[in-house]
Design a protein around this ligand. Sequence first.
Ligand SMILES: [Zn+2]
Ligand SMILES: [Zn+2]
Length: 351
Amino acid sequence: MKTIGYAAQSAETPLAPFAFDRRELRGNDVAIEILYCGVCHSDLHTARNDWGGTVYPIVPGHEIVGRVTAVGPEAGRHAVGEVVAVGCLVDSCKHCDQCERDLENYCRNGWVGTYNGKDKITGEITQGGYARDIVVREDFVLKVPQNLDVAKVAPLLCAGITTYSPLREWNVGEGSRVGVIGLGGLGHMAVKLAAAMGADVTVFSRSPGKEADALELGANRVLISSDAEAMTAAASSFDFIIDTVPVKHDLNPYLPLLDVDGSLVLVGQIGPVDEPITTPLVFGRRRVAGSLIGGIAETQEMLAFCAEKNILPEVEMIRMDEINHAYERMEKSDVHYRFVIDMATLEAEAA
Ligand SMILES: [Zn+2]
Ligand SMILES: [Zn+2]
């Protein structure tokens, strides 16, 4: 199946129009016409080969919302015309112990990324959602609840589930004392979701400028992390801190803020952090942990939760040809809070 998208041809070149093929439908596949695609930091890192291992040309995009246009002969989960979504993973082994407990995101045999992954059958490199169409195994396609605004739902598929999953795993609920580090695409979803779960939410910020925004999103207060007195006063006052900062940084100012048995969970930075001091961990049974996106069942549960609580990301809609400028702005954290590409603009450009 011929399609078009936007690809990077190398780590140094900007994204540009690219014609390529999607696989013919297998028995259990669905074909999707993409309506909107969110823009994640991972897209930028992969396009520029920041993590190594990028195979070019690469079409990024793993926050995908679209409409089913065809289903394979054995596919029965989704019907033509349905609004559906695809997140960060498009396949896994489906039989290991982790897949058996709906944690495809921790599949023992390796899950297949939506882009720059390796198809389990043909070995071809997967291409993501900055495109007109995509073909995905039906088990990895989510249903979008009807009352969620299709134009805004895309960022839930990565930013949403990445924050929802640890909030659930650590049993955040009514009265939980939750801290959020970093108020970007992930952080702003963490605030909205934790508040909707009934938590008391504090946003940590380096500068006072974000206070009004944080409160608007549902936070109860902002704690300025450079204010040593305020940080000391907040010692042992958090059950759970979610750290969404996507670059190397210092965890040490936050560890004493956890209460006994409290956890700081990393969902942003994959790689080194500044040398941690273990004293607060030992003297309070505090924990530092990590979490990676979420399984398919939990992603579906997250969409239902957002539909019930009327939670949607804050998005800035862009045209496909604005993507390189969007990357520049994202690098400066100049986005409120997630870019979403209106894929109709790609069709218009192609025409
Ligand atoms: Zn992502
Ligand atoms: Zn598996």
